[in-house]
Design a protein around this ligand. Structure first.
Ligand SMILES: Cc1cc2nc3c(=O)[nH]c(=O)nc-3n(C[C@H](O)[C@H](O)[C@H](O)COP(=O)(O)OP(=O)(O)OC[C@H]3O[C@@H](n4cnc5c(N)ncnc54)[C@H](O)[C@@H]3O)c2cc1C
Ligand SMILES: NC(=O)c1ccc[n+]([C@@H]2O[C@H](COP(=O)([O-])OP(=O)(O)OC[C@H]3O[C@@H](n4cnc5c(N)ncnc54)[C@H](OP(=O)(O)O)[C@@H]3O)[C@@H](O)[C@H]2O)c1
Length: 491
């Protein structure tokens, strides 16, 4: 993927040349798509993997359908762009497949439209035969403990957004002038954070991390990062590839306490799933008795059986100074092992706390059912319960769990449900974006930028990055960016 940093470097010359050279093509090409005979018209809300895979399934399996994709940001791709770690470019390659999908003349990208604020779901349902909600999990879980709001405590979501250039987080500038950082939670996001903060800057420079994050990490004083879990080594939520990257991180020593692994070898003799077995074997190899791991002047480690109960302030009360942990033991509870307090506790000094205990979906619109406890839209195979013509896919459908491949499968399932329902109904052609556009304009929110032609989604990315960098796009303004490969218009 051509990333954020690369696009910043290329932007001005590339953009202006490109736009000038295509000015004349605008009118003719624009006419092309207005002549397309409209049949079924669906829309998808959210342009992350769930949104794009749903679009892909619809376009591929019904040659009559048109799909409009609404996105609150001016740029597409959701967490693939703003979540996946910058040193994982291979993962970001899915953007190529999404770009292929976006080339379809039956596809329109409508960026910088926040559904639930700029346009309501009921408006969309009036304008489209089917509406699919794929808006992900935009919030994060809170610990709800004292001190959580102290300066120096950040959510993983904000830090990830910061190093990936998410508009609302790009100016975060966390204070890395501390020696010890603690990441709470032991999932893959926790390891992403620890890895990015400890990776040598010369390696990070080769990634598409933002320049501001690179500069801050170059100045970082962090010497050690503890990744702390409330349960034990057999319950960690991260996967082996991410653990291997940590264990092999250049110049960084892995610190594990052998006593946390007592009895684990016995468990490995039992019938446990292969991925868990291999992960646990690597953990065992990374203990001081094992053979894996690098030497280095910085270190990272896993601490187990600890639940944070208070974030402690420094003596002057100005910022985070440590964490008070309750120590846990494990008790079987149904199929899982539950952490229960032993009655003992421990204080750990640290200057930076990163809360990485999961993301959280929010209700979008009072009109759409939402299960607040589970943080999902109640649905049956993607059909929103009690709302004909309304569907969901991705994290908002099944919760903030699973990788892009998991999201792809559940989005295909939703796409299938849409197609089944649509084929059983007589098509009543809907106006789609044409009937939504006046609603946006009538709210006086549309920023008038009429740029002639953008031929690919990648070019659209460059263009939007340019808008962001030049302050033309502002989160409180509204630029409705539409893209059609048969003749792009930015409205
Ligand atoms: C930090 C992090 C790193 C990850 N790294 C990997 C990895 O390396 N490999 C992997 O396979 N998986 C990874 N994942 C998991 C993967 O990102 C998810 O499975 C996937 O992104 C979920 O897709 P989604 O489309 O449901 O949500 P998202 O990707 O979050 O997409 C939702 C989209 O909806 C938009 N939106 C939100 N609200 C509105 C609204 N009101 N109106 C219009 N649009 C809206 C958002 O801006 C966003 O573009 C990672 C997840 C995280 C959090
Ligand atoms: N490279 C990749 O493939 C990649 C990268 C990033 C993310 N992802 C995927 O994205 C999804 C989300 O990842 P994630 O790391 O945000 O979430 P996650 O995998 O659900 O991990 C959350 C972690 O937080 C802990 N936790 C939850 N509530 C807690 C609390 N109140 N107190 C203390 N600890 C708590 C969990 O412990 P318990 O187990 O005890 O609940 C778990 O260790 C995952 O499916 C992940 O695999 C993939």
């Amino acid at each position: 993927m051509l990333g954020f940093q690369a696009s910043q470097r290329l932007r001005p010359l590339w953009l202006s040349t490109h736009l000038r050279s295509h000015n004349s093509r605008h009118v003719t090409r624009n006419c092309c798509f207005t002549g397309v005979r409209r049949k079924l018209h669906a829309c998808v809300v959210g342009s992350g993997p769930a949104g794009f895979y749903t679009v892909q399934h619809l376009l591929k399996n019904n040659k009559e359908i048109r799909v409009d994709l609404y996105e609150r940001l001016p740029v597409p791709f959701g967490l693939v762009r703003f979540g996946v770690a910058p040193d994982h470019p291979d993962v970001k390659n899915v953007i190529n497949s999404f770009t292929q999908t976006a080339h379809s003349e039956r596809f329109t990208f409508c960026g910088n439209v926040m559904v639930g604020r700029d346009v309501m779901v009921s408006d969309l349902q009036e304008a489209y035969d089917a509406v699919v909600l794929s808006y992900g999990a935009e919030d994060d879980q809170l610990l709800r403990i004292p001190g959580e709001q102290l300066p120096g405590v950040y959510s993983a979501r904000a830090i990830v957004g910061w190093y990936n250039g998410l508009p609302e987080n790009k100016d975060l500038m966390p204070d890395l002038n501390v020696e010890t950082a603690v990441v709470l939670g032991q999932g893959n996001v926790a390891l992403d954070l620890a890895r990015i903060l400890l990776t040598p800057v010369d390696l990070l420079r080769k990634t598409d991390i933002t320049g501001a994050a690179l500069d801050a990490i170059a100045e970082s004083k962090i010497k050690r990062i503890f990744v702390v879990g409330r349960r034990g080594p057999l319950q960690v939520a991260f996967t082996i590839k991410e653990l291997r990257e940590m264990v092999n991180l250049q110049g960084v020593r892995t610190v594990l306490n052998p006593s946390d692994f007592e009895g684990i070898e016995r468990v490995l003799l039992e019938n446990i799933p292969r991925p868990r077995r291999r992960l646990t074997e690597l953990l065992l190899k990374s203990t001081p008795q094992g053979s894996a791991g690098c030497v280095g002047h910085r270190e990272w480690g896993l601490l187990f059986h600890r639940s944070p109960v208070q974030i402690l302030p420094t003596a002057d009360g100005e910022r985070v100074g440590g964490i008070h942990f309750q120590l846990n033991k494990l008790e079987a509870s149904g199929d899982t092992m539950k952490a229960v307090p032993t009655g003992n506790s421990e204080d750990m000094p640290c200057g930076l706390v990163l809360r990485s205990i999961g993301y959280r979906s929010l209700p979008l619109d009072p009109d759409v059912p939402f299960d607040k406890r589970r943080g999902v839209i109640p649905n049956n195979r993607g059909r929103v319960e009690g709302r004909a013509g309304l569907y969901c896919s991705g994290w908002v459908k099944r919760g903030p769990q699973g990788v892009i491949a998991t999201t792809m499968n559940d989005s295909f399932e939703t796409g299938e449900a849409v197609l089944e329902d649509i084929s059983n109904r007589s098509a009543s052609p809907q106006a789609g974006f044409e009937s939504i556009r006046p609603k946006l304009a009538s709210r006086g929110e549309e920023l008038q930028h009429s740029i002639s032609y953008v031929s690919t989604m990648l070019e659209l990315q460059f263009f939007c990055t340019w808008l962001l960098c030049n302050g033309i796009y502002h989160p409180s303004s509204h630029l409705n960016v539409s893209h059609r490969s048969s003749g792009g218009v930015l409205r």
